[in-house]
Structures are given as structure tokens and as C-alpha cells.
Design a binder for this molecule. Structure first.
Ligand SMILES: Nc1ncnc2c1ncn2[C@@H]1O[C@H](COP(=O)(O)OP(=O)(O)OP(=O)(O)O)[C@@H](O)[C@H]1O
Length: 400
């Protein structure tokens, strides 16, 4: 049985060893027939602490590492309400931190071809295929040298070489969809004479090549521009449109959101804004752009109609909810602020009462609601609570 070796003889590699059959076989191979392919090998183990045997398993693996002269780095997670997803995130954080602090070149995991088939089916059947399908054989510093091997081959190897496996490490996840695919979809494929799971792996390879073409076309459209022509965008092929927007939103892949952006650009809407995470799509007549919200500077009168973080003269206006547009501007003669149930008060009076220096008075954002009433004066008179379907906060960024 062969591994796909992508590391060099001089590399310090690590293996993510759960103690289950897959990673135990990988460890066995690395410690025997592949022991001359790297400089040193470290073991990473995460004890999720969800089963009583976990502590014992950790000790067994640690003794094995000691016997083989390998460094053993482990962590016991203390997660409230353990879920598979939380466990996975914590695992990868631990692996990355250990690679960084111990100067480790690669971390090897024991994903195999059956995992790949399940993942491909999961992505295809739940429209998660915007950025290719299946498990990547290499993802940054993570390598999957067994990705081409079937589970049957791995089990055969374990039997032939008497590999030590912690029987209790369950491969059954609490991921309902993955388990459903594993038990109900996959078994129904290979028993049919003209269907094969191998075809899915071929599809993954072809799809990856097509995907590269889509990315190339999208990048050519984006090249050297910050603002884009809406008509030119609308003439692109649908999948290229999705890719253009995914790239602009920093590789964001939630299909529903990206499709919503596409449909706004296709419709006759003259002006619109749509934000996600730290990015915002701004459509203005025949052009559009996607901006990082933190980079945005407002230094004139500006209408805000969607949530996000807006910069204004050294202040940040953090808008959480805005059902009717608000205007942000600097002070004007005669400005009066609305005091709920108490009438109004001169903005100038507030500045005097709070001893605000003149140079700051000229910069401070004044927030005006859609009825033309002033509802906030910078951070000094700031309605943080919900107010007429509006929720925002204003902070001073720079020390004056
Ligand atoms: N507790 C653990 N400690 C160390 N390595 C682990 C642990 N659990 C899993 N791994 C590594 O990750 C590989 C994949 O495990 P598994 O299929 O259970 O992961 P998953 O939850 O599907 O997540 P992902 O596929 O994103 O890694 C294992 O073969 C092993 O190399």
C-alpha cells in the first residue's frame, strides 16, 4: 500500500492521531516503511473528553509514542455542549498552533477515498459545490496522504500488520447528514451493476479542472479594477458571476447570499447595498463594487440604509438594525436634538454642557432619522438602545 508523499526528507512532519483505524494505519506506515521519508515525526492527539475511555486512550497513545521515540503533543478539550463541529474547529486550531510553535512543516490526517466520496455526495446533494467538491489532498499545511486509498484497503493493512487500534474510538459522528449518506446513499451505489462511487472521484477531478477555468475567467473580469460595469457582469456566464462575487466577498461561499447579490445586479434597481461579514456590495446605477466595511470613510453627508460599520471623521458608526435610512452629517446652525417625550434640545447646548472643544464639534457625526429629526450627536448623545426600528452605536476611534 502506497502513501502519496508530498513532504521532503528534511521536513518535520506531524500526524493527527485519533487512535481510530485510519490514523493508526497511517502512523504504522510512517513508523515503518516510510520512516526514512522525513526528518522527524511528532504526534498530535486531541482528547475530546466526551467518553470515559478518552483518558485511557490518550495514555495508550502517549506510551506508544514514547516507545517509538516520537514527541507526543496532546490537549484535553473542555468544550461546553460538545458538537462535532466545535470539536473539529478546536482540533484544527490546536494542530495549527502546535505547527507554528514547534516549527512543524506539515500535519498529516488520515482521510481516505470513502471519506472523499461521502463529502462529494454531501456537497452535491446540498448545493455546497460553489468552490469545487471533495476533500483537498493538500490544504495549506495539511496533507492527506491516504486520500486515494479505500477503507477496505486500510482495514486489510491493519489486519495484515496487526496495527494497534483503539477499538472504542467510534467513527460514527453525530453529523446526521453525513451518517445518512454513509448508511443510506453510499451502499446503494456500488451494488448497482452500472453505478460506481469511483465515478464520483473521476467527476471530482474533472470538476476541479472546470473549476480552475471558472476562476481564471472570473479573475480576468476582476483584473486591475475596483469598480465594475454592471452590464459587462450581467453578460457573464452564471457560474462565473457566482465566482466573481465569491472572490469579491473574500471567498465567501454561502450560495443563497451570493445569488441574492447576482439577482440585485440583474434587476433594474438603481442603487442598493448588501453586506455580509466585513464586506459590502454597493450598487450605483451602471457600476458596482464590493468594499471592506472597515475601509470605508464617510466625510460628507451620507445615507445609511443597511447594517454595517461606517467610518466618519475618526468615529465608527456601528449600525446593527436600520429599517428606515438614516443620514449622517456634521453640525449645522440651529440643530436641535430630539429627546424622547421631552421635546428637543439645542445641539450647541449639549456641546457646551459637555465641554466639547470646537475642533471636535465640527467633526462629530450627527445622526438624522428619516423624519429629519436629530437622534444622536456622536458618542456624547448616543441612543444605543432600539429606537424606531434602529439600533446603532457610535465610538470615537482616535484619541484627541
Ligand atoms: N481526536 C483526534 N486527535 C487527533 N487527530 C484526529 C482526531 N480526530 C480526528 N483526527 C484526524 O482527522 C482525521 C479525520 O477524522 P474525522 O473523519 O473524524 O474528521 P471529521 O470530523 O470528519 O473532520 P474533517 O474531515 O474536517 O477533519 C483522522 O483521520 C485523524 O487524522
Amino acid at each position: 500500500m502506497k502513501l502519496n508523499v508530498r513532504w521532503a526528507k528534511t521536513d518535520h512532519i506531524a500526524i493527527a492521531l485519533s487512535g481510530g483505524v485510519d490514523s493508526s494505519v497511517l502512523y504504522h506506515m510512517l513508523s515503518t516503511s516510510y520512516k526514512d521519508t522525513y526528518q522527524s515525526l511528532t504526534i498530535f492527539h486531541v482528547n475530546h473528553g466526551v467518553r470515559v475511555e478518552s483518558k485511557h486512550e490518550q495514555e495508550v497513545l502517549e506510551r506508544l509514542a514514547l516507545k517509538n521515540g516520537h514527541v507526543f503533543l496532546s490537549i484535553r478539550l473542555e468544550l461546553d455542549d460538545f458538537t462535532q463541529q466545535k470539536g473539529r474547529t478546536a482540533r484544527y486550531q490546536f494542530f495549527s498552533a502546535m505547527m507554528e510553535s514547534h516549527g512543524i512543516d506539515y500535519c498529516l490526517t488520515a482521510h481516505h477515498a470513502d471519506d472523499d466520496v461521502e463529502t462529494i455526495l454531501h456537497e452535491l446533494l446540498s448545493t455546497r459545490h460553489l468552490y469545487g467538491v471533495g476533500i483537498k489532498e493538500r490544504h495549506g499545511k495539511f496533507l492527506r496522504p491516504m486520500l486515494h486509498l479505500s477503507k477496505v484497503k486500510i482495514l486489510d493493512y491493519a489486519k495484515t500488520y496487526g496495527v494497534l487500534v483503539l477499538e472504542d474510538v467510534s467513527n460514527e459522528r453525530d453529523d446526521y447528514t453525513r451518517n445518512y449518506i454513509r448508511h443510506n446513499v453510499v451502499p446503494a451505489i456500488d451494488v448497482h451493476p452500472s453505478l460506481s462511487t469511483k465515478a464520483l472521484l473521476q467527476f471530482k477531478e474533472d470538476f476541479s479542472d472546470m473549476d480552475s477555468l471558472v476562476t481564471e475567467t472570473a479573475k480576468a473580469f476582476l483584473k486591475d479594477k475596483n469598480a465594475f460595469n454592471r452590464d459587462a457582469f450581467n453578460e457573464l456566464n452564471k457560474i462565473v458571476k457566482l465566482r466573481v462575487l465569491s472572490i469579491l466577498f473574500n471567498d465567501y461561499i454561502e450560495r443563497a447570499f451570493i445569488e441574492e447579490c447576482v439577482s440585485i445586479l440583474e434587476r433594474n434597481t438603481a442603487q442598493a447595498e448588501l453586506s455580509k461579514n466585513d464586506f459590502k456590495l454597493v450598487v450605483s446605477y451602471d457600476t458596482f463594487t464590493v468594499k471592506k466595511i472597515d475601509d470605508e470613510i464617510i466625510d460628507e453627508v451620507r445615507v445609511i440604509s443597511s447594517p454595517g460599520k461606517y467610518k466618519f471623521n475618526g468615529y465608527t458608526i456601528d449600525v446593527e438594525l436600520v429599517e428606515e435610512p438614516i443620514t449622517v452629517r456634521t453640525r449645522r446652525v440651529g440643530d436641535r436634538i430630539l429627546l424622547p417625550n421631552l421635546g428637543t434640545k439645542k445641539v450647541n447646548r449639549i456641546f457646551i454642557d459637555k465641554k466639547i472643544p470646537n475642533h471636535l464639534r465640527d467633526k462629530m457625526p450627527i445622526i438624522v432619522n428619516s423624519d429629519g429629526q436629530i437622534i444622536a450627536v456622536g458618542p456624547i448623545y448616543n441612543i444605543i438602545k432600539s429606537f424606531n426600528h434602529l439600533k446603532f452605536d457610535i465610538k470615537l476611534d482616535i484619541k484627541e
